[in-house]
Design a protein around this ligand. Structure first.
Ligand SMILES: [Zn+2]
Length: 228
């Protein structure tokens, strides 16, 4: 399997865990059911983080014929590739999300701006190069007009905030500290994985994390702030 395939496997397994470990007896709120859209990718994207954890990766990454472990230099490359162009990728999603929210939440058809002008205004702070005058991006932004993501595109980035902050709980106790990881994992299981859509996602998150979500872990995982 390629590293990308392993990441996908961990991702989908996270969705599976939420279903398999649910403690909710009502199908309508068990597992992923009834979980608000902007929190459904929390368990899945959380699991992706383990692919970059040394002990987890080296525990399974072996040559398929010789059994030789993954060479250290490749592991270092995987870590470096994770940050490649991450600022641009972050900005791209923030641009899409703010355009979506502005158009679906605040836009007044009889107001002074056309949708294109709204997009150009937001581009001033969320793109490196201003859109070309011939740019018809909005006409092709199917997610928010035909794809069911109207006023919901931000959920991609928000789920990353939640999943990175959840993983940071494990980093804080020390990924090498087996006892503490087991304890934290049990708490993750009892809250995020068990409660499904039976409670508000923020309530569930706070039950696990002891506080509201913070953005610092995502910025750190993206290489956009220095690791403390
Ligand atoms: Zn998913």
């Amino acid at each position: 399997m390629t590293f990308g395939e392993v990441e996908t496997l961990f991702h989908e397994f996270g969705h599976g865990l939420q279903h398999m470990l649910t403690q909710v007896d009502y199908p309508g709120a068990a597992g992923i059911n009834n979980v608000e859209w902007d929190a459904v990718e929390l368990p899945s994207q959380f699991m992706e983080n383990w692919c970059y954890d040394r002990a987890t990766l080296f525990g399974m990454a072996q040559h398929y014929q010789t059994g030789a472990p993954l060479p250290e230099e490749y592991y270092q490359k995987l870590l470096a590739a994770r940050h490649y162009m991450s600022g641009s990728a972050m900005l791209r999603q923030l641009h899409f999300a703010t355009v979506d929210l502005e158009l679906h939440h605040r836009y007044q058809p009889e107001g002074a701006e056309t949708p294109e002008q709204v997009r150009d205004r937001l581009a001033q702070t969320t793109t490196i190069l201003p859109p070309l005058p011939t740019d018809n991006f909005l006409c092709a932004f199917g997610h928010i007009f035909a794809g069911g993501y109207a006023a919901g595109y931000y959920s991609y980035k928000w789920a990353e905030v939640l999943s990175a902050d959840a993983f940071a709980a494990f980093e804080e106790v020390g990924l090498e500290n087996e006892t503490a990881v087991v304890e934290t994992g049990q708490r993750f299981r009892d809250t995020v994985l068990a409660l499904g859509g039976s409670q508000h996602p923020l309530t569930v998150f706070k039950a696990f994390r002891g506080r509201e979500p913070q953005t610092e872990p995502l910025l750190r995982h993206s290489g956009l702030v220095a690791a403390s």
